[in-house]
Design a protein around this ligand. Structure first.
Ligand SMILES: *Cc1c(COP(=O)(O)O)cnc(C)c1O
Length: 364
């Protein structure tokens, strides 16, 4: 068996140890005589899996007791609708929402919110192909905005908020899909922090939303589908209907894997060391260059180009043949992108940089 180095932006590489454990438990989960995929979500065995996953996530992220952890379906994109529907359904809400648009995902979230409420972009980096994070120290946040929304790590463009915006006292909502559990977050600074897990944590089809309890509307929201009301899911412990049991199970294993590595601070150190290998190479290279303003660089997604489309294509092709796969950049940016999530070992990044060096020498 030959595992490649998978630089996909998502679904993405998972820790080999976790995959092996899943394999061992595939046919007979701990004496149950069946796999987790075949098991009732109402069984006590599954209840233990989801309870343990939640407890482990709470301890990893330091989630305070007054926050709910919801394991939901529909991916991060479903939360694009759920966020405005719930937060603008709270008593006294003005149904206004302010978005900081730093890429496709924030833009999509803003457009989706605008279907239901008065959503507007209060800052944007669209003028330079989202290659930077706008200054967020003095934003024109509306006085009666219900929340301020960010996409904290921009998967496609490779930027990250190194500082959270000044929301002028408004609730902060953050999509952390592509940086979920890559570093610590101070959960109390957010009203809602959520992520689709397939970028950094687990298999596709599960989104984890961590929501401050007072931001979950307690009255029924007319016109809002039952499944999209956070209260439905919160009251049912994420088991209102059949959840993505398999994804919850795998995420639970990843939580334990991260804890065994020393938790989120240790993850951040590792991710900083990995990213440094690649950024140092890009900064010294005469062929390749990063596309993002240096101070806004992501630790997770690293876009780069040669400046020549044909050479980019040649690189992607030769890299794949050498076992470095999924390096093609997003169709909206072109060039290359290496996603170096938690489960990408530093050896993978070092090997990629060696390969890039050899490619550069051969294509001078
Ligand atoms: C991938 C991604 C999404 C979309 O996730 P789905 O689970 O496919 O809906 C949203 N936001 C960010 C930041 C992403 O990287």
């Amino acid at each position: 068996m030959a595992r490649v180095y998978n630089f996909s932006a998502g679904p993405a590489v998972l820790p080999e140890e976790v995959l092996e454990e899943c394999r061992e438990e595939m046919l007979d989960y701990r004496g149950c005589g069946m796999s987790v995929m075949e098991m009732s979500h109402r069984s006590s065995v599954f209840q233990q899996i989801i309870d343990e996953a939640e407890a482990d996530l709470r301890s990893l992220m330091g989630i305070p007791q007054n926050y709910k952890v919801l394991f939901l379906q529909g991916g991060a994109s479903q939360q694009f609708s759920a966020v405005p529907m719930n937060l603008c359904g709270l008593p006294g809400a003005s149904r206004k929402a302010d978005y900081i648009v730093t890429g496709q995902w924030a833009k999509k979230a803003c457009q989706e919110a605008a279907r239901f409420v008065d959503a507007q972009a209060i800052a944007s980096s669209a003028d330079e192909t989202f290659s930077y994070i706008p200054d967020c120290t003095d934003l024109p946040v509306r006085e009666d905005a219900d929340y301020v929304y960010i996409c904290e790590n921009n998967t496609i463009y490779g930027t990250v908020f190194h500082e959270l915006p000044d929301t002028k006292g408004k609730v902060l909502v953050s999509d952390v899909s592509s940086m979920f559990l890559s570093q610590p977050h101070d959960v109390e600074r957010y009203g809602v922090i959520y992520g689709g897990v397939q970028k950094n944590v687990g298999p596709a089809g599960l989104v984890i939303s961590v929501i401050r309890e007072d931001l979950i509307p307690q009255e029924d929201l007319p016109g809002v589908p039952t499944m999209l009301q956070w209260k439905t899911q919160a009251d049912a412990g994420s088991l209102y209907n059949t959840p993505n049991c398999w994804a919850i199970y795998v995420c639970g294993k990843v939580f334990k894997w991260i804890a065994a590595k020393g938790g989120l601070e240790a993850m951040q150190k590792l991710n900083e060391a990995k990213a440094k290998v690649l950024y140092d190479f890009l900064d010294a290279s005469e062929l390749f260059r990063g596309t993002v303003r240096t101070c806004d660089r992501s630790l997770m997604n690293v876009p780069f180009v040669t400046g020549d489309k044909d050479l980019d294509a040649k690189f992607v092709k030769e890299a794949a043949a050498a076992g470095f796969v999924n390096l093609k950049g997003h169709r909206s940016v072109g060039g290359m992108r290496a996603s170096i999530y938690n489960a990408m070992p530093i050896e993978g990044v070092e090997a990629l940089v060696d390969f890039m060096g050899a490619f550069e020498a051969a294509n001078k």
